[in-house]
Design a protein. Structure first.
Length: 561
């Protein structure tokens, strides 16, 4: 146990957010045509100039205040790496539907975008169509808009092969078929704001009673589920307050109010003498936590609306310092108290095979150090009983009764969290649980190496928060590793995180596993889950890297809740 504890402490030290490659993160600032402020070009990596519009003949661009656009482009002389893009659209900007519906007009529009990019020495085009298939902003729309949006992005890419192409999207990832257009897009700027009016916060990070069905973290999850890769995802943040009397960039000037902070949603707001929310806003603390969330989630970067006057400078500097310069985000006492100690349910079977039981006992010790976890030997048969937990950790066991299975299905379908080890993936025909095959994201059990042995494993991606601070490869302690057919990699909803390295083949003295793709850790993006194909014997917690993997996975699942 002393060895386990030492490795656990090392894992905790290593799990602190790693801010390597911070220079690669983007900070996208929207700069408007109707203001006069000249931005500091060192505070961002990209400027999106707002706005241009589809012209009256549907075949080109009309730019608001082109002289100001030239002023903004001239800032590249002061920052040689700055990218300036032209944002087309905005709330109430129409004629997209008519233009995108015609191949001739789409091509003409794309050609004019190329002309404008060259004429103004721009670095790309940002499409801000609010929104395909929707007329809520007083613009025209048709049911074919979503399909035509994909065609528009394709045609723009064909005429802008050497330039950046981005789009601004609604928080819920609606109206765009990302599967059919993400290949053409470099950045997806998620408008994770204007998601509610008082008594709801318009840009809360996490869901709570002050959110109106959507929060920034939920917006990120919606886009990931819709097929936007993390390395293309940019989370938006508002530099303004939204209240019962409208918008303001100066919440500190609102009279007869008291400042309040929401521990769960991680945002400030103002209340009147009755305790009612009258304005939702951001401060340096909340913006810092959002930037740290972007880092922890392995996203491409952050975006904000909009670059304003000097009273916004403290917020802009926080964004710049954390995302561009790699400074650590805030980890205050209230954040640690509310986001680090999670509610976990640990389930194991003391009557299972001895090698599984030995792993389970050590795992219980390990995870109890991460959280105040409850321990059971059977899965609860009530969904309400499960709902109190951020994560259910299943150690080599699955629910047996139909009632318990249904309760677990409901829990996961409603956004529950799951961490499954080794034997939980034994989903062959004998389990008689079709839903679980869908949930795990792969076919039935195929084979495994025998006897248990260590394995060289490869990290498939460092874009995911679970693997961002792992080495390219490491040796996992001895286990019997399961193969499945079809492989989880065949499922478009699955993101494989780790695989057995082909350098191990043949694998096992009986040469049972001799070839083929061999994923061992993955997440099915349709659910808040991670499966870790490790968990056999009493040596699993001797390796600090694997301990770090387990810790990252545990915390990542909890933070999705």
């Amino acid at each position: 146990m002393k060895c386990i504890l030492n490795n656990f402490l090392l894992a905790i030290a290593l799990v602190l957010p790693v801010l390597a490659n911070a220079q690669e993160r983007v900070v996208v600032a929207y700069v408007t045509s109707w203001t006069n402020t000249i931005p500091d070009p060192t505070e961002m990596t990209h400027i999106n100039y707002a706005f241009a519009h589809v012209n009256d003949s549907f075949d080109g661009l009309r730019i608001d205040n082109p002289d100001r656009l030239r002023q903004i482009v001239a800032l590249k002389q002061r920052n040689k790496t700055l990218k300036v893009m032209l944002s087309v659209g905005g709330w109430g900007s129409g004629r997209f539907s008519e233009m995108a519906a015609s191949e001739k007009l789409r091509r003409a529009f794309a050609k004019d975008c190329r002309r404008v990019v060259d004429q103004f020495a721009l670095d790309g085009i940002d499409i801000d169509w609010e929104y395909p298939t929707q007329s809520s902003a007083g613009i025209s729309s048709t049911p074919e808009d979503t399909k035509n949006f994909s065609l528009l992005m394709r045609d723009l890419r064909s005429l802008l092969p050497d330039k950046l192409l981005s789009c601004a999207t609604v928080a819920g990832a609606l109206y765009v078929d990302f599967a059919n257009c993400i290949e053409y897009i470099d950045m997806v700027n998620v408008m994770a704001y204007d998601m509610g009016n008082p008594p709801y916060h318009h840009s809360a990070l996490y869901p709570s009673e002050i959110t109106n069905g959507m929060s920034s973290s939920q917006a990120v999850k919606a886009h990931l589920k819709a097929g936007v890769p993390r390395q293309k995802l940019v989370m938006g943040m508002p530099l303004y307050g939204r209240g019962v009397d409208g918008y303001t960039t100066r919440p500190d000037t609102v009279k007869h109010v008291i400042s309040a902070w929401h521990d769960q949603s991680m945002v400030p707001f103002l209340v009147n003498d009755k305790g009612e929310m009258v304005m939702a806003h951001e401060n340096e603390h909340s913006i810092g936590i959002k930037c740290q969330y972007i880092v922890n989630q392995g996203l491409l970067g952050g975006m904000y609306w909009e670059y304003g006057d000097d009273n916004q400078k403290p917020l802009r500097r926080v964004i710049c310092n954390i995302l561009m310069h790699g400074e650590p985000g805030p980890y205050p006492a209230d954040y640690a108290a509310n986001r680090v100690r999670f509610r976990a349910l640990l389930i194991w079977d003391p009557s299972a095979e001895p090698d599984h039981v030995e792993f389970d006992k050590q795992a219980l010790y390990f995870f109890h150090k991460l959280s105040y976890g409850d321990t059971r030997t059977q899965c609860p048969e009530s969904t309400d009983s499960l709902k109190q937990y951020d994560v259910v950790v299943m150690l080599n066991t699955l629910p047996h009764s139909q009632t318990a299975r249904k309760a677990f299905e409901n829990y996961m379908e409603q956004g529950g969290g799951w961490l499954g080890f080794h034997g939980t993936g034994y989903n062959d025909a004998n389990t008689h649980w079709p839903w679980f095959n869908q949930f795990l994201g792969c076919g039935p059990f195929l084979c495994n190496n025998w006897p248990p042995q260590p394995a060289l494993v490869d990290v498939d991606t460092h874009h995911h928060p679970i693997t961002r601070n792992l080495p390219e490869e490491f040796v996992a302690p001895a286990s019997e590793f399961y193969q499945f057919s079809p492989s989880p990699r065949a499922n478009k909803d699955v993101e494989v995180l780790l695989s057995i390295s082909p350098k191990n083949y043949p694998f096992g003295i009986k040469d049972i596993v001799t070839h083929g793709d061999f994923p061992i850790v993955w997440t099915n993006t349709r659910y808040n889950m991670v499966y870790l194909n490790m968990g056999h014997g009493d040596q699993a917690f001797i390796d600090a890297t694997q301990n770090l993997l387990f810790t990252n996975a545990f915390r990542w699942v909890c933070l999705q809740r």
